[in-house]
Design a protein around this ligand. Structure first.
Ligand SMILES: [Fe+2]
Length: 274
């Protein structure tokens, strides 16, 4: 609200400045979404974009209404000190028009899955820009005691977060679709093949473990003792040194573990001989 002299307070001028930025961003994305909807053939994705276009128009309307209540006039006629002209609605639409041309050019030179994917990535980035923008408006509004602006920014941020979550999941789906459309089947990993590979490598591991345990059980008495101590099943008297070196050996790789056990065994034998 303007003060007694009819001019804006510093608090409201700052709120209006940032809300105007949000309004320009919503205008830019309104045009972006329109372009992406026209380029998209995938029904479920198109539907969600259309839903978010409605939300975006609603955000824009509510932000404009809040700016007006704070005494800022009606965007895009808004011309506030400190608000760079590049964040006005006209500029927002101009940015979007250029991005739209890039999007159309991309659609002409890339496959449909690739186009979807690039557009979804761009939308996800923009949602995160909006989330950051509304987060700072929430913090500012709370810091200056403007509950209404804080509530509005929080509500809009929730919609942006929901859209970002959808786009995040959609990106995964689109990459999988691209793989199915563009990568020959024999160059793709399949769940079954991955499972088979896992089982096979697990089998190799258990076989090699078996070999190790056989060699251990076939070893001499003192070596067997040092192995059981290294497993923590007991240590006393002369064995204290050999236990600790076995532990050190355990922390190294499997190959050096067995040689370390053997050398520990020799040390034990040497200790018991002396
Ligand atoms: Fe959005």
């Amino acid at each position: 609200m303007p003060d007694s002299n009819g001019s804006l307070t510093a608090r409201d001028a700052k709120l209006i400045q940032w809300l105007s930025e949000a309004h320009a961003k919503e205008s830019e994305l309104e045009a972006d979404l329109g372009a992406h909807i026209a380029l998209t053939q995938k029904a479920s994705y198109k539907k969600r974009l259309q839903q978010h276009l409605k939300e975006t128009r609603d955000h824009k309307r509510r932000v404009a209404s809040r700016i007006k209540k704070l005494g800022g006039g009606t965007p895009p006629a808004l011309a506030l000190p400190g608000v760079p002209s590049a964040v006005g609605e006209v500029a927002g639409k101009a940015v979007s028009a250029v991005k739209g041309q890039v999007g159309v050019a991309r659609a002409a030179v890339t496959s449909q899955p690739e186009t979807h994917l690039r557009n979804a990535q761009e939308e996800l980035r923009e949602e995160h820009v909006e989330i950051a923008l509304y987060s700072r408006i929430v913090t500012l509004a709370e810091a200056v005691g403007d509950k209404e602006t804080a509530q509005l920014a929080k509500a809009i941020r929730r919609d942006e977060e929901r859209m970002a979550k959808f786009l995040d999941a959609e990106l995964t789906r689109l990459v999988k679709e691209l793989v199915r459309a563009e990568i020959p089947r024999d160059q793709r990993s399949t769940g079954t093949r991955a499972r088979r590979r896992t089982t096979r490598s697990a089998g190799t591991r258990s076989r090699s473990t078996g070999t190790r345990s056989t060699s251990r059980s076939a070893s001499s008495g003192s070596r067997a003792r040092s192995t059981s101590r290294s497993n923590g099943s007991g240590a006393s008297g002369t064995s204290a040194r050999s236990t600790s070196s076995s532990r050190n050996g355990r922390s190294t790789t499997t190959g050096s573990r067995s040689s370390s056990s053997r050398s520990t065994g020799s040390r034990s034998r040497a200790a018991s001989r002396s």
